[in-house]
Design a protein around this ligand. Structure first.
Ligand code: GDP
Length: 446
């Protein structure tokens, strides 16, 4: 997302690196203008943005720092539409959220992602299957909810979404749920029937929020559809899906600036964990290639339990970190989302993350091999890696269907990783990691 804008910001900045004159500024602004237009940002928005930056710089003096500051603050202003940020809980539970959007926009996936996000924050969540237009929709939701252990409310054979919505609300109230997410019907295009159906559900449920799921790749069309939904329904926030797949960024800017609705969440991949709250200044810092440590640290803290982290830290310090702990850690990392989205949050890694084809932690060959090796070990061996002599290693290689060289290589890597971890543990373990990351963030060249 925003790759071409990010790139052009860097290029624009380089134009005013050494020269302090009007011509250099004009060149820089031209680069910016072209890039924004190419990125599907509406021409009026571009014009206003460039004019504001120009007058800013003329006041403050031409220079790289001035230009950087001005771009950052104006972009943050544009992306900060008035309204709530992230998820806001109603004072009287359940918080009822209507999920709306066009077919294929990522509505179902986003509903499951949001449920996962809330579950990680220890909320009791119920999803209601009210997309009864498409036969496969309820089935898709059933499967996704089952795999991700999310509670789904549906009525087999029911064709009236209002009946399902009403029963789901009753259940959410009587079952003391914190949040009810209501999936509504999507269509290929906006039509009257679709709109009146959602309006009826809205009237019935009186939801706290109406989230519109917009596809980040949909350009100005996406902005227009969001506008239509907003006029008909009154949207309170937008979830921008496929943020990872888009390289332009025009939809985000358009929705915030042209429609004035806050972006609440972004979808950063296909997995349930790939969702983040949209926090304008953090996003801007990522666009400028400065990384987003705050989001990373926040994400990690919802997944890694503090007590568990302390226990592991003690084990690592004593050199007792074993294969069971290793497997557990791999499971935790998986919950963080795709490798690409994690890397994008580290300072200076944005460009690299974009180059990276998404590493799939679950299906990569190496991870499958490692799991095979660990499952070929006896329980004692898993707890005590030192037991592994040559004959045991041979047995493990056979059991995992790998060569002994592969097993040796893995064991060596594991040994090195344990040593590194031991060193790290001395510096404060998990918190040490956060501190180190934070230092890396502060020390980055500006
Ligand atoms: P719906 O018809 O609006 O319910 O759309 P779906 O939820 O079925 O999503 C349509 C397609 O987009 C699916 O293949 C999803 O995996 C994919 N998708 C949804 N959100 C994201 C995202 O944030 N990133 C990526 N890369 N793909 C997504």
């Amino acid at each position: 997302m925003f790759e071409s804008i990010s790139e052009s910001f860097r290029l624009a900045l380089s134009k005013v690196r050494f020269v302090d004159d009007e011509k250099a500024l004009k060149n820089a602004l031209d680069v910016l203008k072209k890039a924004l237009l190419k990125s599907d940002v509406h021409h009026k928005v571009v014009k206003e943005f460039i004019a504001t930056i120009e007058s800013d710089i003329k006041q403050k003096g031409i220079g790289q720092k001035q230009l950087l500051d001005s771009i950052k603050s104006n972009l943050t202003d544009i992306l900060t539409a008035s309204g709530n940020q992230g998820f806001v809980y109603s004072s009287v539970p359940p918080t009822v959220v209507l999920m709306a959007g066009l077919q294929g926009s990522g509505k179902t996936t986003s509903t499951v992602k949001l449920a996962t996000y809330l579950k990680l924050r220890k909320k009791k969540v119920l999803v209601a299957a009210c997309d009864l237009q498409r036969l496969a929709a309820v089935e898709q939701l059933k499967q996704l909810c089952e795999v991700n252990e999310i509670e789904l409310f549906y009525i087999d054979g029911e064709t009236d979404p209002l009946t399902v919505a009403k029963a789901a609300l009753d259940k959410a109230k009587s079952g003391l749920y914190d949040v009810l997410l209501v999936d509504t019907a999507g269509r290929l295009a906006i039509d009257e029937v679709l709109m009146s159906q959602i309006k009826d559900i809205k009237t019935l449920l009186n939801p706290d929020e109406i989230f519109y799921v917009a596809d980040a790749m949909s350009g100005q069309d996406g902005v227009r559809s969001a506008d239509t939904f907003n006029e008909a329904l009154g949207i309170s926030g937008v979830i921008l899906s496929k943020f990872d797949a888009d390289t332009k960024g025009g939809v985000a800017i358009g929705i915030a600036k042209q429609i004035g609705i806050p972006l609440r969440f972004i979808g950063t991949g296909e997995k349930p964990a790939d969702i983040e709250s949209f926090i304008p200044d953090r996003i801007v810092s990522r666009i400028m290639g400065e990384g987003d440590l705050a989001t990373l640290v926040e994400k990690t803290s919802t997944i890694i339990d503090e007590k568990e982290a302390k226990r592991l830290n003690q084990k690592i310090k004593k050199g007792q970190f074993n294969f069971n702990d290793f497997l557990e850690q791999m499971e935790s990392v998986k919950k963080l989302g795709s490798m690409k989205s994690i890397l994008g949050m580290l300072p200076g890694m944005g460009a690299m993350a974009n180059q990276l084809k998404d590493i799939d932690l679950e299906n990569s060959k190496e991870i499958i091999h490692i799991k095979a090796m660990i499952s070929s070990m006896t329980l004692k061996e898993r707890e005590n890696p030192e037991l592994l002599n040559n004959s045991r290693k041979r047995r493990i290689a056979e059991g995992a269907g790998l060569s002994q060289m592969q097993v040796n290589r893995f064991l060596k890597q594991f040994e090195n990783a344990s040593k590194m971890a031991k060193k790290f543990a001395g510096k404060g373990g998990a918190r040490g990691l956060a501190n180190l990351l934070a230092q890396a963030g502060q020390n980055r060249p500006r």
